[in-house]
Design a protein around this ligand. Structure first.
Ligand code: 0PR
Length: 390
């Protein structure tokens, strides 16, 4: 820090220079992100209510009620009005919190040894973090040709140390949806905890269903599903930080809360990781969900799918690159049998296109900031690059 402080105008000048290096969503160049420009209403509310702290909800009872209402809205979207949960810092925290609850419930059943959870090989890195933090062993199960976990392999992977199964509704790399109905059957039969990571898909699939897409039931309609991660700060147009973790009902958390007795607002017991946390993000999420409603989100998802189909068709017309799989939501994987995908990515980056890069594919997430003209330009650049590559 400097001794005498710097005038505000100078700070703003310096900032604008520094932040010039950032890519912007408006430029259309950000094709590999699951985040986007938050809704205007959310932006406004974030600044107005910046000081609200849900780490001490007794001081902010109104904000706490708003969190409960937000969870109710997400719960009804996931077909369970009895859901109980929290707006958390993101999908990572949601998954870690769910794995902790699963471990605490499961470890009484396995009588010693390292608890195991079965995850698809497509699972997000947050499960590695959870396993490391919680002393859990991950058992990874392979995918079928459409990049969905194989229920028969899940069944085979179950041991007397298994405490939970994870299914994904909207995988990080390709947006595919695991056969959750079958996973639910297995979980019920074997009396195992089933967590669904719908961090991305949770704010997409319900609207695709309304648009007539035939997709597997991924939510609490399956009796075996115990918890779901669903992030408003991805396709929900909420500001960061706004993840969501929902449990089937309150009983899952009752025995698994940390109690903080000394708070100014009174005792608070909760099972999440953060202490001080943003009330403004919760208020902004509540407002965005309420304002857009089912119809608003359905429209947004419909637009994203139209752009997704434009991209899908465009890729099919470019020689030497292929779709990794037919997109099930607004995530598209590009692979190549002939060309080096890393090299293509490097060339795209020179033109400032920012895609996600996985082992053997490039990922595009067609978020609301990605418009038809951006895709048109991207496809033209990709075609040029593939012509030059060997
Ligand atoms: N579960 C799934 C299925 C995810 O895809 C992600 C994030 C998470 C959980 C964790 O969510 P948080 O990042 O909110 O903790 N997936 C993106 C990814 O890793 C996150 C992301 C977002 C990456 C924006 C880049 C980016 O620009 O690809």
């Amino acid at each position: 820090m400097n001794q005498s402080g710097v005038p505000q105008e100078k700070i703003l000048e310096e900032l604008s220079e520094k932040l010039n290096k950032d890519l912007t969503y408006e430029s259309g160049k950000i094709l590999g992100s699951m985040c986007t420009i938050p809704h205007d209403l959310a932006r406004k509310l974030m600044t107005i209510y910046l000081e609200k702290n849900l780490g001490d909800p007794g001081l902010f009872k109104g904000t706490q009620e708003i969190e409960i209402e937000t969870i109710k809205m997400l719960g009804s979207l996931l077909n369970n009005p009895k859901s109980w949960g929290y707006i958390v810092s993101g999908g990572t925290e949601g998954n870690i919190v769910a794995m902790r609850i699963a471990r605490n419930i499961g470890r009484t059943k396995i009588r010693g040894g390292t608890p195991e959870i079965i995850i698809p090989t497509s699972a997000h890195i947050s499960f590695d973090k959870a396993a490391d933090l919680l002393g859990i062993r991950l058992v990874r199960v392979n995918l079928d040709r459409e990049y969905r976990v194989k229920p028969s392999e899940v069944k085979k992977a179950i041991t007397d140390k298994t405490i939970a199964i994870v299914g994904i509704a909207g995988t990080t790399s390709l947006g595919t949806i695991d056969p959750i109905e079958e996973l639910s059957e297995i979980a019920l039969e074997k009396n195992l905890y089933l967590h669904i990571d719908a961090a991305f898909g949770g704010m997409v699939i319900p609207f695709l269903e309304r648009l007539g897409y035939k997709l597997p039931k991924f939510d609490f309609r399956n009796q075996g599903v115990c918890s779901i991660t669903i992030d408003p700060h991805k396709m929900g147009l909420a500001p960061i930080p706004a993840g969501g973790i929902l449990f089937k009902d309150r009983t899952y958390i009752l025995e698994n809360c940390f109690e903080i007795p000394y708070l100014a607002g009174g005792t608070y017991a909760h099972p999440i990781i953060l202490g001080t946390r943003s009330g403004a993000a919760v208020i902004a999420t509540w407002a965005t969900l309420k304002h857009l409603g089912i119809e608003g989100y359905t429209r947004i998802v419909k637009n994203c799918m139209e752009v997704t189909h434009q991209l899908e068709k465009g890729i099919q017309q470019i020689k030497n690159v292929e779709l990794a799989t037919k997109p099930v939501m607004n995530i598209v994987g590009i692979t190549s049998k002939k060309l080096d995908i890393c090299q293509i990515d490097q060339e795209l980056r020179k033109l400032r296109w920012a895609l996600g890069k996985f082992e053997n594919l490039l990922r595009i997430v067609v978020m609301p900031h990605v418009k038809p003209q951006h895709i048109q330009q991207f496809l033209a650049d990709l075609e040029q690059i593939t012509k030059k590559s060997k």
